[in-house]
Design a protein around this ligand. Structure first.
Ligand code: GUN
Length: 283
């Protein structure tokens, strides 16, 4: 193996220790940061994710509320819950776990969240703030990727970053964050004609498609930094990313593992956003 691992668990531990210290300081001033998580339905993966989010709140000393509702919940009922949490002074962050049941318009629900409590960074006000370089909440997964690059002291200015995937949650905000750090950014997607020709030019590659083996060793320039956002299962049922880790680790300069890479960083940045939402009250 030639690549160095960027260990998301180790970096998360460091960042969460800082969050815990800042939570303690804020509590001394009479404010306990609070996160509300709403889960609608029984999606198995979502249940694991929300449990981990609530546990991260407990570990860092934050207040958390987990609301579980049946899949039969109506859109109007969910909007009413969001309204109530918008008005609840003990709650500084609201997260509605996606996906929602098909009869609920997810974008409408996201837009109902107060931008001041939009710790997922999915509201159009948050997206607009990111695009224009104004203060606002950054989506947790690409934010975590930026922290991973920062942790290795990576200078993005003048580098070519290739983002594979164009979702509103990862690909698009990722590209904007890299651009803000003066990288030259290419976004690739299912309509890209020659993905390999693009990735072979990249100094940094972020794979965020949700499909195994999107990036293989022959597609990576020696020494490139590879961040794997994917969360898939292989034929044996084992967790794996979008990157062929075994091959790519022989070519890349740095690579993130799955599990233990970007995944824990997503939750860590949710803690950071929730804390900072509460800190704004005393700033
Ligand atoms: N579903 C999968 N990832 C996420 C996330 O980061 N936030 C929310 N709200 N739902 C998700």
């Amino acid at each position: 193996m030639t690549a160095q691992l960027i260990d998301g668990n180790a970096l998360s531990r460091q960042l969460r220790a800082d969050v815990t210290a800042r939570v303690t300081a804020l509590k001394a001033r009479g404010i306990t940061p609070g996160l509300a998580v709403i889960l609608v339905g029984e999606n198995a993966a979502s249940q694991v994710y929300v449990r981990n989010k609530v546990k991260a709140c407990e570990d860092t000393g934050m207040h958390s509320v987990l609301e579980r509702w049946p899949a039969t919940m109506t859109e109007a009922e969910l909007l009413a819950r969001v309204d109530a949490l918008n008005a609840d002074a003990s709650i500084h962050g609201i997260l509605v776990q996606l996906p929602l049941p098909a009869h609920i318009d997810a974008q409408k629900v996201i837009e109902a969240i107060s931008p001041a409590k939009d710790v997922d960074g999915f509201h159009i006000a948050s997206a607009g703030a990111l695009m224009t370089g104004m203060p606002g909440f950054w989506p947790c997964t690409p934010y975590g990727c930026m922290k991973m690059l920062e942790s290795i002291g990576y200078e993005l200015k003048g580098k070519h970053a290739v983002v594979i995937g164009r979702s509103n949650i990862v690909g698009k905000p990722m590209a904007l964050m890299l651009l803000q750090q003066n990288a030259t950014v290419t976004i690739c997607h299912s309509g890209t004609k020659d993905l390999k020709a693009m990735t072979l030019q990249a100094d940094v590659i972020v794979a965020a498609v949700g499909k195994r083996n999107v990036l293989t060793a022959d597609m990576v320039k020696p020494g490139a930094v590879v961040l794997d956002v994917g969360m898939n299962r292989n034929d044996e049922g084992k967790l794996c990313g979008d990157v062929d880790f075994e091959g790519v680790k022989e070519v890349a300069g740095y690579v993130t593992p799955v599990p233990g890479g970007v995944g824990p960083m997503t939750i860590t940045m949710l803690m950071v956003n929730t804390l900072e939402s509460a800190e704004r009250l005393v700033a």
